[in-house]
Design a protein around this ligand. Sequence first.
Ligand code: ADP
Ligand code: MG
Length: 232
Amino acid sequence: MTGIIEAEELTKYYGRLCALDAVDLKVARGEWLCVMGPSGSGKTTLLNLLSCLDRPSSGALVIDGTDVTRLDAAAVTRFRRETVGLIFQQFHLVPYLNALENVMLAQYFHSMADEEEARRALEDVGLGDRAHHLPSQLSGGEQQRVCIARALINEPRLILADEPTGNLDSANEEIVMGILRRLHAAGHTIVVVTHNTEVAESADRIIRLEHGRIVSSTWCQPSAVSYQLADR
Ligand code: ADP
Ligand code: MG
């Protein structure tokens, strides 16, 4: 079975620095993969390549059946907005737009504008009553949930999150974790970078990066057996 992510010898140089060094990675559809590793080990670089925000220096990368290394800039943008939902540690909300408008901005990029749907997306993350607040009027946890609502507006098959709970207190971390668990249960594929062992324990598999290489890969959920078989 083909994975939703198939990377072979994926490599990224920044000048002479090798940030990602010939990484082979296959992620099954519906799998929840956690990426751990020390600062500077290449986690964000990997996520940026998987989200097509950046291009590999060499290697193969097929996502959801598409060879993304062959897409031109316009096709990459289209592919990303149709397939990938991105959640960042820094929330990247537009400061002068309220929560509802920030979510609707994502719809704009998907060529649709449906205020009711945007409002439902905010309700889904528990922010129905914060729709008209500006980011500066929201707590860190609330901003992260706006970011998640925005990332999910197009029902992306692949959800990529870079330290999504890195700036959150434990109560908000639990809320965000609950949302990720729900998405996983609904069949979305999730790749999450985290330092948090609790986040990691919810995943099907943990890979560890060091100096741009995968140094370990551990299956952690009994239910992940089917993904393991798919990985062969
Ligand atoms: P992590 O997310 O694991 O902390 P990164 O993927 O951000 O690590 O970085 C991996 C390595 O690549 C680091 O040495 C970092 O300094 C370097 N790096 C990351 N992004 C850039 C960039 N845009 N230009 C130059 N070097 C970069
Ligand atoms: Mg990083």
